[in-house]
Design a binder for this molecule. Structure first.
Ligand SMILES: *Cc1c(COP(=O)(O)O)cnc(C)c1O
Length: 493
């Protein structure tokens, strides 16, 4: 399987796509065509555990990697999760399920891919004959940073530098990153919001000067952001896994279509669902859930993607995003894989701050996608209703998805299609806001929040968050976004 750029030009192997992260012309790598999973293969999947299901999907894309080794890497990665299923499906109600993706080492769904990416990257370097040291650069809205740090800490031949917006991550997320151990890691806050931070990091990748300066030090750059196809591929697997679980629990027959509602920021998670559909997974609709930063809701309604708007800080910070990078991959598909047009739109976004798709493209989008959003208050309402009705407690990001799913149920009362709501973080990762939603109780301290949330819900507290309290802070720098590269040079010195 080869990979092409959404902006044309390049065609590379899977290993090269992962190592490079971004195409030389700024485009994102996408598979040349979608590999197919047949109904029989899907049936077989019901018999497999999660790591084997993931390996099956990954080997369809990465046929340049050894399949046995890939399977072993999946076993190793998902052994780092708490409990015996890395992606359990929880039944909320008739036909309504929650897919819990937060049982990994950092309690957010990013672990589903970032526990595996170090293997994909290291092996990718071998396959490409790269002898240099790899520097992984990450811009994070909170959860990617920590998950990448955990994944890459103390890995041979790799260094990792993580940048987060100084106003824009939760206290818990910040503490998770700033207490990171490992000898090859660096963490710094960047002045501004996530888009500023992501733009600054992207500029380094795009700067021939920066790349050359690092090359001189025998270092090549790579990315662990969700624009890297190595992040996307492992995420496709859990959509197949959820489906296989529904089949084996006799909730659906193999072939029945189901819906997913996905809390969305950078459009990586929901794009993986779309890829699963293109590979043959019987998905009917994808409901894209946003918070008050509802640019995607508007886009899916009007076909205009317009970032000339206010940016809000919400209680679902990992979705506080205006420029959803992975949307470029979807644009590429709905334009009929028109690389020129995709490049033109991305340029328009940069210069005019907006672009629009055609009526036909919008109609094509709406065949699969619809969008909705939740304000903080609406999220709280949805979370609390579920807690009262079922005793299930969810985090604030999942709360946004819940609200969007409930809106869909209200509007489509006769719809019998099974709905899976994707849950992206442990409630304990945002303990104060979740405690407030469950009890109306406001506490100032995160650890007090954890304690009280435990008292209110009796849910087990994940190990990694329990331990956080006693860890020393190692990183407390804040850098100007114009000075990012200086910070990097200092780190790799
Ligand atoms: C990253 C993240 C999201 C958004 O996922 P995308 O792939 O960026 O759309 C949602 N919820 C949580 C908890 C996250 O960490």
């Amino acid at each position: 399987m080869k990979f092409v750029s959404t902006r044309g030009g390049e065609k590379v192997t899977g290993a090269r796509a992962i190592v490079q992260g971004l195409s030389a012309n700024g485009g994102l790598f996408v598979p040349e065509k979608f590999p197919k999973i047949t109904a029989a293969e899907l049936e077989d999947m019901t018999e497999l555990g999660y790591p084997a299901r993931a390996a099956k999907i990954l080997s369809k894309f990465f046929d340049d990697y050894d399949a046995k080794e890939l399977a072993a890497a999946c076993e190793e990665a998902y052994a780092k999760f708490e409990g015996n299923d890395p992606a359990p499906l929880v039944r909320l109600d008739d036909g309504v399920y929650i897919l819990e993706l937060f049982h990994g080492p950092t309690c957010a769904f990013k672990d589903m891919a970032l526990t595996l990416l170090p293997y994909l990257l290291r092996k990718g370097c071998d396959l490409c004959g790269i002898k240099e040291e790899v520097l992984v650069l990450v811009a994070t809205s909170g959860d990617t940073g920590k998950a990448a740090l955990e994944g890459f800490k103390d890995a041979d031949g790799v260094k990792i530098a993580v940048f987060y917006p100084n106003d824009g991550v939760s206290k818990m997320q910040k503490l998770q990153m700033c207490t990171q151990d490992g000898k090859n890691v660096d963490v710094a806050a960047v002045k501004g919001n996530f888009d500023d931070c992501q733009t600054a990091v992207k500029e380094i990748f795009a700067s021939a000067e920066c790349v050359a300066a690092l090359k001189e030090k025998n270092i090549v750059l790579s990315s662990a952001n969700s624009i890297n196809f190595g992040r996307l591929a492992p995420q496709i697997a859990y959509y197949f896994s959820a489906y296989a679980d529904l089949v084996s629990a006799n909730q659906i027959k193999n072939g029945d279509e189901i819906d997913f509602t996905v809390p969305t920021g950078n459009f990586g998670n929901i794009l993986a669902a779309y890829y699963a559909k293109r590979m043959g997974l019987p998905i009917r609709r994808l409901h894209c859930a946003s918070n008050k930063n509802n640019i995607l809701t508007d886009f899916l309604q009007t076909g205009v993607y317009d970032i000339r708007r206010e940016f809000y800080k919400t209680t679902s910070p990992s979705m506080d995003i205006l420029v959803s990078s992975n949307l470029e991959r979807l644009l590429f598909e709905i334009s009929g894989r028109d690389a020129k047009l995709t490049a033109k739109r991305m340029n328009e976004l940069k210069t005019n701050k907006f672009y629009s798709v055609t009526e036909e493209e919008l109609a094509k989008l709406n065949e699969t996608f619809d969008g909705g959003f939740a304000t903080d208050e609406e999220g709280v309402e949805a979370m609390y209703d579920v807690f009262v009705d079922t005793g299930y407690c969810m985090d604030t990001h999942t709360g946004c998805a819940m609200k969007v799913a409930v809106d869909w149920f209200e509007k489509n009362k006769k719809d019998e299609t099974n709905m899976v709501i994707v849950s992206t973080a442990s409630p304990y990762k945002f303990p104060q806001d979740v405690l407030y939603a469950m009890t109306g109780n406001d506490v100032k301290d995160s650890f007090k929040g954890i304690k009280r949330l435990h008292a209110a819900t009796a849910m087990a507290v994940p190990k990694c968050l329990k331990e956080l309290r006693d860890k020393p802070v190692r990183f407390n720098k804040t850098v100007d976004r114009k000075k990012l590269f200086e910070e990097i040079l200092e780190f790799v010195k």
